[in-house]
Design a protein around this ligand. Structure first.
Ligand code: ATP
Length: 334
């Protein structure tokens, strides 16, 4: 194997890696890539348990290539993840810096969502420890990468579940409202809805109305549809999924309506091939980026290339939903 030179004129001798915020399938594959790339370049690598909480408490373990064996296919994160209130305080971050000093950590690889990146950015501004973000969240709403780690797996889990619901919906001529994850973003809803032939898809990025939903049901009746699935993103602003189902029942009393909330099954499971490859690219890209002197950036994959986006931009901007895809979903539903 060709060895790439360690470009350590940037003085990176030890790095630490953590997973933070909501867990996502593929975080382990990203961790494995970080650890093994660091080893390749003769850099010490520490794994921090439970996100920023572990950094504050010094819950840290030295990691080598064998400590990440057999994890590429595992969901969740072996480091565990957490939301750390203490890291939001200057005192908490001071303790975290003291731990970094104790271990001689030059840079921090943070696998998580935009909240975790905000923490990394603040930490860098206060203490100068280099930071790089790796986008790990099922929501896919982070700017600077075509896809986030975990999104593809979550999407496929949602699709499988909705396929099963469709079997029972068709057998009984039922209307199913299915809620999928996405508090602020409709990526999972839109794409799983298209993939399962949903009659309607309700997402926070689009202004929906009950009247529009009702007229879609009327149109479906006209074209002879006997069962229907409506996919609703968790963050849909029109109302809770139960409100939507109730209002629909009042408008169409003969409908047999059921509500299913897919919930946390969407976060679990073995990562898909696409997520494992993405995570491998991004974990590798994070370490190489640090060696090249990059700091306060997020590594992403855009048009099949590893890219680096200033962390402020990754935090502030959001991936946009493809408006064309919304229109396609409407055309294909009838
Ligand atoms: P997800 O998208 O899955 O929710 P996330 O990374 O956005 O993931 P958050 O809970 O928003 O998840 O953030 C994770 C952690 O990052 C927080 O618990 C906190 O420890 C840290 N963090 C977030 N914002 C800040 C901040 N302004 N200052 C310091 N730390 C922060």
């Amino acid at each position: 194997m060709k060895k790439i030179k360690n470009m350590s004129e940037n003085n990176i001798k030890s790095i630490a890696v953590l997973t933070s915020g909501g867990d996502a399938p593929g975080m382990n594959a990203a961790l494995r890539a970080v650890v093994r790339t660091a080893n390749h370049f003769n850099i010490n690598c520490y794994g921090i348990r439970e996100g920023y909480n572990g950094l504050i408490a010094g819950d840290v373990t030295k990691m080598g290539p064998r400590s990440v064996k057999n994890i590429i296919n595992q969901g969740g994160t072996i480091l565990k993840s957490a939301r750390s209130k203490e890291f939001m305080t200057p005192e908490g971050r001071r303790k975290a810096f003291e731990q970094c000093q104790k271990l001689g950590i030059d840079a921090l690889v943070c696998i998580g969502g935009d909240g975790s990146f905000t923490g990394a950015k603040v930490f860098n501004e206060e203490y100068g420890i280099r930071v790089i973000g790796v986008p790990g969240t099922i929501d896919n709403d982070i700017f600077g990468t075509d896809n986030t780690i975990g999104y593809d797996t979550a999407l496929n889990t949602a699709m499988d579940a909705i396929d099963k619901i469709r079997d029972t919906a068709t057998s009984h001529n039922r209307v199913f409202f299915v809620e999928v994850m996405g508090r602020d973003a409709g990526f999972i809803a839109l794409n799983s809805g298209i993939a399962t032939g949903a009659l309607d898809i309700l997402i926070p990025e689009r202004k929906d109305s009950m009247e529009d939903l009702f007229s879609t049901f009327r149109m479906a009746e006209k074209v002879g549809k006997s069962s229907s699935i409506v996919v609703v993103a968790e963050g849909e602003e029109l109302g809770s999924i139960y409100d939507l189902a109730k209002a629909t029942k009042e408008e169409f009393p003969t409908y047999d309506i059921r509500v299913t909330i897919l919930g946390h099954i969407q976060r679990g499971g073995s990562p898909s091939c696409a997520d494992r490859v993405l995570a491998s690219n991004l974990g590798y890209g994070a370490v190489v980026g640090l060696l090249e002197g990059k700091n306060k950036v997020m590594v992403g994959m855009q048009s099949n290339k590893i890219t680096y986006t200033p962390i402020e931009e990754a935090i502030k901007k959001h991936n946009e939903i493809d408006k064309n895809l919304i229109q396609i979903s409407e055309i294909l539903a009838m």
